[in-house]
Structure formats: structure tokens, C-alpha cells
Ligand binder design. Structure first.
Ligand code: 3PG
Ligand code: MG
Length: 464
């Protein structure tokens, strides 16, 4: 895909110019305003650096979560009392979704430049702040989604955004499947609109996967939602050499293949699609031969414990890469037996009253060896192999992460996508540097691989 990107303009084109860049700073912000994983923030630094070094005045805009629309709330209040101040709006609703903590993290990450923040994203106050900017300054605007015009792609809101700058840049691959004002409507109004460097990189890797994959090509999918993955799977199945299935979705595949799956969740809505895929690609699709199983009540108990730990910030890696190197697969039987009879390793049919929560030992061995022996090809991994938030059910996901790293070091291209995967890598103590490319996108990555419309990318080729 030929898209104009930052490097296509002369260096001088940015000097003293106002550049409006859409980024995806939609990160998890916990209690005490602590930012969880900041990968999405870090991935925008090459573009930020590129532009500020060339003397641009850089205006960053993003959404965060799915907040209430404060413009609508304000309008209602105005109706009622004919006046409004911010204090009358639900302050907590704003605070929880404010990008202020992100501005702080960004200034820690790029100390060379001056990062400021303004608590709105359009209007005279914002204009005034922009007028004060010097070359090399960075201004982060408040959450776009406080305005209903953002998600509705409203023309007036788009126009207000577009009036802030001379040049438009999209460096937010992970939101490019949304036809929102900051992604589409505002972008349309610029003569000069460019892909940022992270968007460029995402498109290079994901286009290779979609259109011209390096062979042998192994795809590993897990997680629960089959629906979101059907488009990507339909597109990729003809091109792949092997599909390794894990996670909750594996039980629908097993069930469709005639294996009894006990109380494991089955996606009946997409059951027929799975059956067809299994019969059309019989020789490519590999399903778990054994599973870790437990009861619904034990799973619930563990989930509650894990949520509590998360809230208290006590979540850790109970399974370090070094420890698991020495024990790895062989430690699993003791792990299973030490948690009494609540958790067991199960081969073949799963009994009523039990459900699968992770791939089993033989499956781990088989999947790991297929992945790590692919030393010259491509491995793409989307979605965890089990309920990996819980230490007991993390062995499959951990081992896939480690095998991905091994395939990478042996010379394969490895690509990881999906919202949870960075977290899974961290838990397995595999670093981002041991992966060829970690996509910032979850939904966007799947949509792109499915060949669906990506408004934020297509608009960059449109003449205003
Ligand atoms: C994401 O987290 O997937 C992107 O930031 C898009 O967010 P959205 O799903 O709320 O549009
Ligand atoms: Mg999302």
C-alpha cells in the first residue's frame, strides 16, 4: 500500500508548521493515576521525535476509553439552569477519562522537549494555547471522546479540529478501523495528510502477513471471541501452513470435531463456520490433544482472587522465565496435583462439570516445537492459550511466548497482535525486543488482516 508518510516531505516542510497528529493513547490508567502498559505511548516517539527535531509545533490528540459525552451533559445543564461551569458536570466522569496522566508520562519519556496539556480539544482556549507554541513544543489535547462529534464523525467537530493546524498525521493504527472525526472527518479537510512512522511500520508488517506472507507461515490463535477472528481466518487460512488453536475458542473447534468438551463454553452462533473451516482445512488446523480442566466454581474463585490482587497492585510473575526453564513442562503435574483435585490434566473428552482453561502438557510440547522449529518463516500469534490472568492456567500462554522468542532468535519473523498479548509476554518474561513486531492494535489488526475497510488509512490517499 503506497501511503505518503512523514519521510516523504522535505525536512523544511515542517519548520514552524503546526502539525496535528492523531495518536492512540488509549492505555490503562489505574488507581493513583498510574499508567499500566505504556507501549502505545512509546510507539509514537519516533514520529514525535522526527517532527519536533524538524521544528514543527506538534499538537497531539487521542481518545481514552469510552467516557460519557460531557458536551451533551453540559447542554442538558444549560437547558435547565441557563448556565454551566465545569464544576457542575460529573467531575469524576471527567477525571477518570482525562489524558493528563498520559501527558505526564510522555514528558518523562521525552525529556528533551516541552510537553504541555490543555483540558479541552477544540475552541478559543485551545487556539490561544497553540498560538503560544514555539518550534519543537508539544501540546497534548484532552480526550476527544468527551465530544459526541468525535465518534459521530460530525462535520462541525471535524472542522474545529482541522482549524488547529497546517498538516495532519495519523500515527494511530489501532484506531484506524474507526470512522471518527479525528481519524477520518478532520483528516479529509487537510491538503497535507500523512502516515506517522508507527502506522507505516504496522502497515509494512501486517501487509506482508495479509498479502505476501513469508513461508512456512504458522498462525497461532487463542482467546475467546471467534466472531472477531473469522474475517482474518478466512483471509489467511488459504495462505498458512499450520493453524494452532488454543484458548476458549479451541473448545468450540474440538466440539465441532466431535470431542466432548464438558462445560467448556461453546460458541454455537459460529459453530457451522467452524465445522466448515475444519472440513476445508483438515490438514492445516491443529487442535489441543490435552487440556487443563477445572470446575466453574474453582475458576470463579481464582478469578476473584486475581481481580483482588490486580486492584491491590500485587499482581506478579509467579512463573519466572528462569525457573520455568529448569522445570518447564515437567513442573506441571506437580503444579496440578498441588492444587488438590480442583485442577487436572485431561486427555481427550472432558467430563460434564469440568471446563478447559488452558492447553495441556502434550499440546504445549507439540505447539512449542512447531513454533520454535520454524526457524526461517513467519509465526503470527493472536490471543492467549488459556485463562492466563490466573497463574495456574498460564502455562500454555507462557510457553507459546517463549517459543515465539526462540523462533525469532532462530531467524523467523514473529508478529504478535491483540490487546492482551503484551501482558502475556510480560508475564512470560519475554521482552518486546524478542519479537519482530508487536502490533498496537487489537480490533484494528484483525480488521486489517480480514481486508476490511480502514477509514483512517484510506482517507490519507483522498484528495480533500
Ligand atoms: C483499542 O483500544 O482497541 C483502540 O484504542 C480503539 O478503542 P475503541 O475500541 O474504544 O474504539
Ligand atoms: Mg478496543
Amino acid at each position: 500500500m503506497l501511503l505518503r508518510n512523514l519521510s516523504n516531505l522535505d525536512d523544511l516542510a515542517y519548520y514552524g508548521k503546526k502539525v496535528l497528529m492523531r495518536v492512540d493513547f488509549n492505555v490503562t490508567i489505574g488507581k493513583d493515576n498510574k499508567i499500566g502498559e505504556d507501549y502505545r505511548i512509546r510507539m509514537t516517539i519516533p514520529s514525535i521525535d522526527y517532527l519536533t527535531k524538524r521544528g514543527a509545533k506538534l499538537i497531539l490528540m487521542s481518545h481514552l476509553g469510552r467516557p460519557k459525552k460531557t458536551d451533551e451533559i453540559k447542554a442538558k445543564q444549560t437547558d435547565k439552569i441557563q448556565q454551566h461551569t465545569t464544576s457542575e458536570i460529573d467531575i469524576n466522569a471527567i477525571k477518570q477519562f482525562s489524558l493528563l496522566p498520559v501527558a505526564k508520562r510522555l514528558s518523562e519519556l521525552i525529556q528533551m522537549y516541552n510537553v504541555s496539556f490543555i483540558d479541552d480539544c477544540i475552541g478559543p482556549k485551545v487556539q490561544k494555547e497553540i498560538d503560544k507554541m514555539d518550534r519543537g513544543d508539544i501540546l497534548l489535547l484532552e480526550n476527544l471522546r468527551f465530544y459526541s462529534g468525535e465518534e459521530l464523525n460530525e462535520y462541525n467537530f471535524s472542522k474545529e479540529l482541522a482549524s488547529l493546524a497546517d498538516i495532519y498525521v495519523n500515527d494511530a493504527f489501532s484506531v484506524s478501523h474507526r470512522k471518527h472525526a479525528s481519524i477520518y472527518g478532520a483528516a479529509r479537510l487537510f491538503d497535507t495528510k500523512l502516515a506517522g512512522l508507527n502506522l507505516k511500520k504496522e502497515l509494512e508488517y501486517l501487509s506482508m502477513v495479509k498479502d505476501d506472507p513469508v513461508k512456512p507461515f504458522i498462525l497461532v490463535v487463542g482467546g475467546s471471541k471467534i466472531k472477531d477472528k473469522i474475517g482474518a481466518l478466512e483471509n489467511l487460512l488459504p495462505k498458512i501452513d499450520k493453524l494452532l488453536v488454543g484458548g476458549a475458542m479451541a473448545y468450540t473447534f474440538l466440539n465441532a470435531n466431535g470431542v466432548r468438551t464438558g462445560d467448556s463454553p461453546i460458541d454455537y452462533e459460529h459453530f457451522q463456520w467452524v465445522k466448515n473451516a475444519l472440513s476445508n482445512y483438515r490438514d492445516k488446523i491443529i487442535l489441543p490433544i490435552d487440556n487443563i480442566v477445572t470446575s466453574q466454581s474453582f475458576l470463579k474463585l481464582k478469578q476473584e482472587e486475581s481481580n483482588e490482587k490486580k486492584e491491590e497492585g500485587k499482581e506478579g510473575n509467579d512463573n519466572s522465565r528462569f525457573d520455568s526453564l529448569s522445570s518447564s513442562v515437567s513442573s506441571l503435574p506437580s503444579l496440578v496435583s498441588s492444587s488438590s483435585s480442583s485442577v487436572s490434566l485431561n486427555k481427550g473428552a472432558i467430563e460434564e462439570g469440568l471446563l478447559g482453561v488452558d492447553i495441556g502438557i502434550e499440546t504445549v510440547q507439540q505447539y512449542s516445537s512447531i513454533i520454535s522449529q520454524n526457524s526461517n518463516g513467519l509465526v503470527v500469534w493472536i490471543g492467549p492459550m488459556g485463562v492466563f490472568e490466573i497463574g495456574l492456567f498460564r502455562n500454555g500462554t507462557n510457553n507459546i511466548a517463549k517459543s515465539m522468542a526462540l523462533a525469532f532468535w532462530r531467524g523467523s519473523k514473529t508478529i504478535i497482535g491483540g490487546g492482551d498479548t503484551l501482558d502475556a509476554l510480560k508475564k512470560a518474561e519475554v521482552s518486546e525486543l524478542e519479537v519482530t513486531h508487536v502490533s498496537t492494535g487489537g480490533g484494528a489488526t484483525l480488521k486489517f488482516l480480514a481486508g476490511d475497510e480502514m477509514p483512517g488509512i484510506e482517507v490519507l490517499n483522498k484528495i480533500p
